[in-house]
Design a protein around this ligand. Structure first.
Ligand code: KIV
Length: 266
Protein backbone atom coordinates (compact mmCIF):
# COMPACT_ATOMS: atom_id res chain seq x y z
CA UNK A 1 0.00 0.00 0.00
CA UNK A 2 1.51 3.33 -1.03
CA UNK A 3 0.53 6.18 1.24
CA UNK A 4 1.50 9.83 1.26
CA UNK A 5 3.69 10.90 4.20
CA UNK A 6 1.43 12.58 6.75
CA UNK A 7 2.06 15.01 9.59
CA UNK A 8 2.99 13.55 12.96
CA UNK A 9 -0.04 13.10 15.21
CA UNK A 10 0.46 14.64 18.63
CA UNK A 11 -1.80 14.93 21.65
CA UNK A 12 -2.61 18.53 20.69
CA UNK A 13 -3.62 17.34 17.20
CA UNK A 14 -6.37 15.27 18.82
CA UNK A 15 -7.65 18.18 20.87
CA UNK A 16 -7.68 20.37 17.72
CA UNK A 17 -9.58 17.62 15.91
CA UNK A 18 -12.27 17.66 18.59
CA UNK A 19 -12.57 21.44 18.28
CA UNK A 20 -12.98 21.15 14.52
CA UNK A 21 -15.49 18.30 14.86
CA UNK A 22 -13.20 15.82 13.05
CA UNK A 23 -13.29 12.19 14.15
CA UNK A 24 -10.30 10.40 15.68
CA UNK A 25 -9.27 6.78 15.01
CA UNK A 26 -7.39 4.52 17.43
CA UNK A 27 -6.55 0.82 17.00
CA UNK A 28 -4.44 -1.63 18.97
CA UNK A 29 -1.08 -3.09 17.94
CA UNK A 30 1.44 -5.07 19.93
CA UNK A 31 4.39 -5.36 17.55
CA UNK A 32 6.16 -3.62 14.66
CA UNK A 33 4.44 -5.64 11.90
CA UNK A 34 1.03 -4.58 13.09
CA UNK A 35 1.84 -1.00 14.14
CA UNK A 36 3.48 -0.28 10.77
CA UNK A 37 0.39 -1.61 8.98
CA UNK A 38 -1.93 0.64 11.01
CA UNK A 39 0.38 3.63 10.68
CA UNK A 40 0.59 3.24 6.89
CA UNK A 41 -3.20 2.87 6.73
CA UNK A 42 -3.55 6.31 8.34
CA UNK A 43 -4.72 5.48 11.87
CA UNK A 44 -4.27 8.46 14.24
CA UNK A 45 -3.40 6.62 17.43
CA UNK A 46 -1.75 3.21 17.84
CA UNK A 47 -2.60 1.82 21.26
CA UNK A 48 -0.44 -0.87 22.80
CA UNK A 49 -3.34 -2.03 24.94
CA UNK A 50 -3.04 -4.45 27.79
CA UNK A 51 -5.55 -6.45 25.70
CA UNK A 52 -2.12 -7.86 24.78
CA UNK A 53 -3.00 -10.34 27.53
CA UNK A 54 -6.08 -11.80 25.82
CA UNK A 55 -5.17 -11.19 22.20
CA UNK A 56 -1.51 -12.24 22.05
CA UNK A 57 -0.38 -13.84 25.29
CA UNK A 58 -3.31 -16.26 25.65
CA UNK A 59 -4.53 -15.05 29.06
CA UNK A 60 -8.23 -14.98 29.93
CA UNK A 61 -8.12 -11.29 30.84
CA UNK A 62 -5.71 -8.36 31.16
CA UNK A 63 -4.83 -8.90 34.80
CA UNK A 64 -1.72 -11.11 34.32
CA UNK A 65 -0.10 -8.56 31.97
CA UNK A 66 3.05 -7.13 33.58
CA UNK A 67 4.87 -3.85 33.10
CA UNK A 68 7.76 -5.81 31.54
CA UNK A 69 5.32 -7.33 29.01
CA UNK A 70 4.04 -3.85 28.16
CA UNK A 71 7.53 -2.34 27.84
CA UNK A 72 8.65 -5.17 25.56
CA UNK A 73 5.62 -4.94 23.24
CA UNK A 74 5.56 -1.14 23.25
CA UNK A 75 9.21 -1.08 22.13
CA UNK A 76 8.32 -3.51 19.32
CA UNK A 77 5.31 -1.41 18.24
CA UNK A 78 7.48 1.74 18.41
CA UNK A 79 9.72 0.34 15.68
CA UNK A 80 6.80 0.28 13.23
CA UNK A 81 5.27 3.70 13.89
CA UNK A 82 6.18 6.96 12.18
CA UNK A 83 3.23 9.33 12.16
CA UNK A 84 0.64 7.91 14.54
CA UNK A 85 0.66 8.81 18.22
CA UNK A 86 1.89 5.79 20.21
CA UNK A 87 0.04 5.24 23.49
CA UNK A 88 0.78 2.40 25.92
CA UNK A 89 -1.49 1.02 28.63
CA UNK A 90 -0.34 1.02 32.22
CA UNK A 91 -1.15 -2.55 33.27
CA UNK A 92 -2.87 -3.86 36.41
CA UNK A 93 -2.07 -1.93 39.64
CA UNK A 94 0.99 -0.17 38.15
CA UNK A 95 -0.75 3.24 38.43
CA UNK A 96 -2.33 2.64 41.82
CA UNK A 97 0.29 2.06 44.51
CA UNK A 98 1.39 5.68 44.81
CA UNK A 99 1.81 8.66 42.46
CA UNK A 100 5.62 8.25 42.59
CA UNK A 101 5.43 4.55 41.77
CA UNK A 102 2.97 5.32 38.96
CA UNK A 103 5.37 7.92 37.55
CA UNK A 104 8.29 5.46 37.66
CA UNK A 105 6.18 2.90 35.79
CA UNK A 106 4.93 5.40 33.20
CA UNK A 107 8.52 6.55 32.68
CA UNK A 108 9.57 2.99 31.73
CA UNK A 109 6.88 2.85 29.04
CA UNK A 110 8.13 6.14 27.62
CA UNK A 111 11.89 5.73 28.10
CA UNK A 112 12.34 2.01 27.36
CA UNK A 113 9.22 1.41 25.26
CA UNK A 114 9.18 4.66 23.28
CA UNK A 115 5.52 5.45 24.09
CA UNK A 116 4.48 9.06 23.62
CA UNK A 117 1.68 8.82 26.17
CA UNK A 118 0.22 6.31 28.61
CA UNK A 119 -3.37 5.24 29.27
CA UNK A 120 -4.64 4.66 32.79
CA UNK A 121 -7.92 2.95 33.73
CA UNK A 122 -10.06 4.51 36.47
CA UNK A 123 -11.67 7.67 37.77
CA UNK A 124 -11.10 9.96 40.73
CA UNK A 125 -9.05 7.35 42.61
CA UNK A 126 -6.24 7.51 40.00
CA UNK A 127 -6.28 11.30 39.55
CA UNK A 128 -3.41 12.06 41.98
CA UNK A 129 -1.19 9.65 39.99
CA UNK A 130 -2.39 11.10 36.66
CA UNK A 131 -1.72 14.68 37.79
CA UNK A 132 1.79 13.70 38.96
CA UNK A 133 2.60 11.94 35.64
CA UNK A 134 1.23 14.82 33.53
CA UNK A 135 3.13 17.41 35.62
CA UNK A 136 6.28 15.35 34.98
CA UNK A 137 5.84 15.71 31.23
CA UNK A 138 4.12 12.48 30.21
CA UNK A 139 0.71 12.83 28.53
CA UNK A 140 -2.04 10.61 29.96
CA UNK A 141 -5.22 9.26 28.36
CA UNK A 142 -8.00 8.32 30.82
CA UNK A 143 -10.27 5.27 30.55
CA UNK A 144 -13.76 5.09 32.10
CA UNK A 145 -16.73 2.72 31.96
CA UNK A 146 -15.93 -0.96 31.63
CA UNK A 147 -12.37 -0.97 32.93
CA UNK A 148 -11.14 -4.54 32.31
CA UNK A 149 -8.45 -4.42 35.02
CA UNK A 150 -11.29 -4.19 37.59
CA UNK A 151 -13.26 -7.05 36.06
CA UNK A 152 -13.52 -8.97 39.34
CA UNK A 153 -14.94 -5.94 41.09
CA UNK A 154 -17.33 -5.14 38.22
CA UNK A 155 -18.51 -8.75 38.15
CA UNK A 156 -18.27 -9.32 34.40
CA UNK A 157 -18.07 -7.58 31.03
CA UNK A 158 -21.31 -5.60 31.07
CA UNK A 159 -22.50 -2.11 30.27
CA UNK A 160 -21.50 0.44 32.91
CA UNK A 161 -23.26 3.66 33.93
CA UNK A 162 -26.84 2.51 33.27
CA UNK A 163 -28.22 3.51 36.66
CA UNK A 164 -28.48 7.25 37.37
CA UNK A 165 -26.06 7.19 40.34
CA UNK A 166 -23.46 5.27 38.30
CA UNK A 167 -23.91 7.74 35.43
CA UNK A 168 -23.49 10.63 37.85
CA UNK A 169 -20.25 9.09 39.22
CA UNK A 170 -18.96 8.75 35.67
CA UNK A 171 -19.65 12.42 34.88
CA UNK A 172 -17.76 13.39 38.06
CA UNK A 173 -14.90 11.02 37.13
CA UNK A 174 -14.69 12.56 33.65
CA UNK A 175 -14.50 16.07 35.17
CA UNK A 176 -11.80 14.92 37.60
CA UNK A 177 -9.74 13.34 34.80
CA UNK A 178 -9.88 16.62 32.87
CA UNK A 179 -8.84 18.50 36.01
CA UNK A 180 -5.91 16.06 36.45
CA UNK A 181 -4.74 16.89 32.91
CA UNK A 182 -5.70 14.00 30.59
CA UNK A 183 -5.52 14.72 26.85
CA UNK A 184 -8.30 12.24 25.97
CA UNK A 185 -10.68 9.77 27.63
CA UNK A 186 -11.54 6.27 26.40
CA UNK A 187 -15.19 5.43 27.17
CA UNK A 188 -15.76 1.68 27.14
CA UNK A 189 -19.13 -0.06 27.09
CA UNK A 190 -21.38 2.69 28.39
CA UNK A 191 -24.82 3.79 27.10
CA UNK A 192 -24.57 5.86 23.93
CA UNK A 193 -26.53 8.78 25.39
CA UNK A 194 -24.21 9.01 28.42
CA UNK A 195 -21.16 8.86 26.12
CA UNK A 196 -22.63 11.65 23.99
CA UNK A 197 -23.31 13.73 27.09
CA UNK A 198 -19.77 13.27 28.48
CA UNK A 199 -18.37 14.08 25.01
CA UNK A 200 -20.19 17.44 25.06
CA UNK A 201 -19.22 18.07 28.67
CA UNK A 202 -15.42 17.64 28.47
CA UNK A 203 -12.94 19.77 26.50
CA UNK A 204 -10.75 16.77 25.60
CA UNK A 205 -11.65 14.11 22.99
CA UNK A 206 -13.58 11.02 24.01
CA UNK A 207 -12.69 7.79 22.22
CA UNK A 208 -15.49 5.24 22.37
CA UNK A 209 -15.53 1.46 22.31
CA UNK A 210 -19.02 0.03 22.61
CA UNK A 211 -20.16 3.54 23.57
CA UNK A 212 -22.18 4.56 20.51
CA UNK A 213 -21.55 6.99 17.65
CA UNK A 214 -21.40 10.29 19.51
CA UNK A 215 -17.84 10.09 20.87
CA UNK A 216 -15.11 12.20 19.26
CA UNK A 217 -13.33 9.06 18.09
CA UNK A 218 -13.53 5.28 18.02
CA UNK A 219 -11.16 2.56 19.19
CA UNK A 220 -11.23 -1.20 18.65
CA UNK A 221 -8.94 -4.13 19.21
CA UNK A 222 -7.64 -4.46 15.65
CA UNK A 223 -7.67 -8.26 15.80
CA UNK A 224 -11.44 -8.09 16.44
CA UNK A 225 -12.03 -5.70 13.54
CA UNK A 226 -10.08 -8.01 11.21
CA UNK A 227 -11.76 -11.24 12.33
CA UNK A 228 -8.64 -12.87 13.72
CA UNK A 229 -9.94 -14.03 17.08
CA UNK A 230 -10.70 -17.60 18.05
CA UNK A 231 -13.91 -16.52 19.81
CA UNK A 232 -16.80 -14.39 18.59
CA UNK A 233 -15.94 -10.71 19.21
CA UNK A 234 -18.12 -8.51 21.48
CA UNK A 235 -21.45 -7.51 19.90
CA UNK A 236 -20.38 -3.88 19.31
CA UNK A 237 -17.57 -5.01 16.97
CA UNK A 238 -18.10 -5.00 13.21
CA UNK A 239 -15.74 -7.46 11.52
CA UNK A 240 -14.39 -5.83 8.35
CA UNK A 241 -12.51 -9.00 7.33
CA UNK A 242 -12.22 -12.66 8.30
CA UNK A 243 -8.47 -13.00 8.33
CA UNK A 244 -8.38 -16.01 10.63
CA UNK A 245 -10.36 -18.07 8.09
CA UNK A 246 -8.38 -16.65 5.16
CA UNK A 247 -5.06 -17.44 6.85
CA UNK A 248 -6.18 -20.95 7.79
CA UNK A 249 -7.28 -21.61 4.19
CA UNK A 250 -3.85 -20.49 2.94
CA UNK A 251 -2.07 -22.65 5.54
CA UNK A 252 -4.19 -25.66 4.58
CA UNK A 253 -3.48 -25.11 0.85
CA UNK A 254 0.26 -25.10 1.63
CA UNK A 255 -0.12 -28.16 3.87
CA UNK A 256 -1.90 -30.09 1.08
CA UNK A 257 0.74 -29.09 -1.47
CA UNK A 258 3.57 -30.22 0.82
CA UNK A 259 1.87 -33.54 1.58
CA UNK A 260 1.28 -34.17 -2.14
CA UNK A 261 4.85 -33.21 -3.05
CA UNK A 262 3.60 -30.21 -5.07
CA UNK A 263 5.59 -27.66 -3.07
CA UNK A 264 8.33 -26.85 -3.65
CA UNK A 265 8.12 -27.41 -7.39
CA UNK A 266 10.94 -29.28 -9.16
O1 KIV B 1 -6.37 -2.77 26.17
C1 KIV B 1 -6.98 -2.30 25.20
O2 KIV B 1 -6.87 -2.76 24.06
C2 KIV B 1 -7.87 -1.17 25.45
C3 KIV B 1 -8.81 -0.75 24.37
C4 KIV B 1 -9.77 -1.81 24.03
C5 KIV B 1 -9.45 0.54 24.64
O3 KIV B 1 -7.84 -0.62 26.51
Amino acid sequence: MVTKPRPKVRTRTLIQRKRKGERITMLTAYDALWSSMLDEAGIDVVLVGDSLGNVILGHRDTIPVTLDDMVHHTAAARRGVESALLVADMPFITARLSPDEALRNAARLVQEGGAEAVKIEGGREVCPAIAHIVESGIPVCGHLGLVPQSIHQLGGYRVQGRESDAAERMRADADALVEAGVFAIVLELIPADLAGEITKRVPVPTIGIGAGPDCDGQVLVSHDLLGLGRDKPPSFVKEYAHLRQDAQRAVQAWLRDVLKGKFPER
